[in-house]
Each structure stands twice: as C-alpha cells, then as structure tokens.
Design a protein around this ligand. Structure first.
Ligand code: AKG
Ligand code: FE2
Length: 353
C-alpha cells in the first residue's frame, strides 16, 4: 500500500465512502490492503452459456415453442444462467437506463443524499460488515431501490425516474412469462408460480453496480462469490466484461452481447423447484482501464410469501430438500452473516440423514 495514499476512509465506522473517489485519486498506485482479496484467478471463457430466444418462447409455432421451452428448463437445470435475446425490451430503453445510471455515479451530491438515508433508495460501497464486525471490502459502489410494488427512485439525473419505471415494468413482464413457462417445465400448470403462490414478480429490487478502474485488479474483487436471493435476476451492463459464473466447479467469464439480458436462477427458485433449478455462485472482477457498470433487477417473490418446494415436486422427489421460509426471514438471515464463500441456501437445506 502506497504510504502517501489518502486514507481510504472506508473504516467500518464510515463504511459508505465511495470506491469511485478512492479510484480517482491521482496517486493511487496499489490497492489499499483492506480491499485485498485473494481469489482463484483461473477462469475460462465460455461461449457455451445457453442462449434463449425469447421470441421463440412465445412463438405461435407450437413445435418451435416447445423445443425452446425445453432448452429453457435445461439451461436453468444445468447452468442456472442463460443469455436472453430478442426479449422485446426496446434497445433504446436498455441504452437509456445504462446511460442514466452512468450519470448517477458522476453526481457526488446526489449520491451523498442516499448514503446516510435509511429510506428505500440507498447508495453505498459494496463493503459489508459481518457479525464479527469485520469489514469485507469489495471494489464497487452501488445504488439500490425497491421499484415494485412501491416505486422509489433517485431524483437525479433527470429522466431516470421515467426510464427506470419503464425498464422495470418491461422486465417484470418478461420475468413473469419466463416463470410461467418454467412452471410447465417442472410439470406444474403454467400459472402456478404466479397465481397459486403469489411468488412471481410481486416484488422487484433494482440495483446498479459501478466498478471503477482498479490499479491492481487481480488483488481485489468487485463482487464476492454469492448466489442471489429471489426468483430470477436480470443483468445488463455497459459493454465491459467482468461477470464470472461457477459451473461444474470451474469459473467461466460471461460474454453477453449488447441488448441481451443475462438471466439467472436465484435462491427462491431453487427452493421452489426442490433443487431442479440451480442458483449458482457468481462474482464480478474488475479491470485496470475502464469503469464497468452492471444493472440488476431482482424479480419476486413478495416479502411475505412463504417459499417452499412445490408439493407436487416433493411428491415426485420423495422428500423436500429445503425448509419453508418467509422470503423476508430469508433476507434477514442473508443480511446477518456475510462470510466469504457462504451461501444462505445452506440455512434452509434439509440434509440427508
Ligand atoms: O456486476 C455483476 O456482474 C454482478 C452483480 C451481482 O451479481 C449482483 O448485484 O447480485
Ligand atoms: Fe448476483
């Protein structure tokens, strides 16, 4: 660590200071030690992450449709991730949301407003405290806000309000359709997740992650390996690579074309499917040259929904593999103890005797 560094003021007592400001400091030549994170750097490039064409999922040709629906189920089972193309969300809207979020991270005053807020919009660094009050420092800043059923948004930049609303709404209907189809791939009727269990997109959180350039990208991490809570996560980005996913014990970097959405199965869908669909670990790495931005929507379920494996799947599999839990309780457990390498799914898994 360079001795002349300005103190990164990201002590646990002031954990919300911005990584972007630190990264922009002219004399930053190395990663401050508290950000250092040794991780397995081996990673393969993957062009084999399944690609799902949304227009074919809703095609009027039944043979074509059922073939792609099967591919969707296979992708969720084998990878837990897929690249969604032809999703119908206008390219201009996707570009606009990326542009407005890029602007947001360049507005120090606006960001500061949400650093101290206990309200629904929150700006912070990716640094977190675990239960022993040790900080885990990730090389990123982020903003998150609930966008459904209540809608909250930062005041600036101008237009973000309308664009975010439209993007969230469009994504919600795509997520709803995917979940309906995934019900059928599990042998449940199409509306099952939606109507019977109130599990679908009755809740939505928006997050934008900003990963500033880093002088020593291999000595830190942007986002620690984790699985996502909720049902389906949608991720778009500003064209800079960085997301890596775990598949069969190896890390793969993702390479999703512009105007596609990376979709992943999240914990509550793994639980609901009794383990058929996998909520897989992923992480984000940083780079030396360019700021990376990722924009994430966490879709459903409602906070008061009790998530458990579907009873038909329990019958089929002979036993439940997860304990039922209210979504909000699950989120609390998840927040409580952040430990590197830990998955909160472990707290609801029923082990084989
Ligand atoms: O930025 C990325 O690529 C990953 C972000 C992510 O996994 C998350 O916000 O849950
Ligand atoms: Fe994630």
């Amino acid at each position: 660590m360079a001795s002349h560094l300005p103190q990164p003021s990201v002590e646990p007592s002031n954990i919300n200071s911005c990584v972007k400001i630190l990264a922009e400091s002219a004399d930053l030549k190395s990663v401050p030690s508290k950000f250092s994170f040794i991780h397995d750097p081996t990673c393969s490039n993957s062009d084999s992450i399944p690609i799902i064409d949304f227009s074919l999922l809703i095609s009027s040709n039944p043979d074509q449709r059922s073939k792609v629906i099967q591919e969707l189920g296979k992708a969720c089972n084998e990878w837990g991730f897929f690249v969604l193309v032809n999703h119908g969300i206008p390219e201009t809207l996707v570009k606009a949301i990326v542009d407005r979020c890029t602007e947001f991270f360049d507005l120090p005053e606006e960001k500061r407003k949400y650093e101290t807020s206990s309200g629904p919009v929150k700006h912070s660094t990716g640094s977190i405290l675990n239960s022993s009050k040790e900080g885990i420092f990730q090389w990123r800043d982020f903003i998150h806000t609930v966008v459904h059923p209540e809608y909250h948004f930062p005041d600036k930049p101008q237009n973000l309000r309308e664009i975010l609303y439209e993007y969230a709404e469009n994504s919600r209907s795509v997520s709803k359709k995917l979940l309906q189809l995934l019900s059928t791939t599990m042998g449940l009727e199409e509306g099952f997740i939606d109507e019977t269990r109130n599990l679908n997109s009755s809740f939505q959180i928006f997050a934008a992650n900003c990963y500033p350039p880093c002088p020593q990208p291999d000595k830190t991490i942007g986002t620690l390996p984790h699985t996502d809570p909720r049902l389906l996560t949608f991720l778009i980005h500003n064209g800079v690579a960085g997301l890596q996913i775990e598949h069969n014990g190896k890390w793969f970097s993702t390479n999703s074309p512009q105007n596609s959405i990376l979709v992943n199965v999240a914990d509550q869908l793994e639980i609901f499917s009794n383990g058929k669909y996998k909520s897989v670990k992923h992480r984000a790495v940083v780079n030396e040259q360019t700021t990376r931005l990722s924009i994430v929507l966490f879709n459903g379920p409602a906070s008061d929904a009790i998530v458990s494996p579907a009873s038909k799947l329990i019958q089929r599999d002979g036993r439940p593999l997860y304990r039922p839990m209210k979504c909000i309780e699950y989120m609390k457990i998840r927040q409580k103890d952040r430990v590197v390498g830990y998955s909160s799914l472990d707290c609801v898994k029923i082990l084989d005797n």
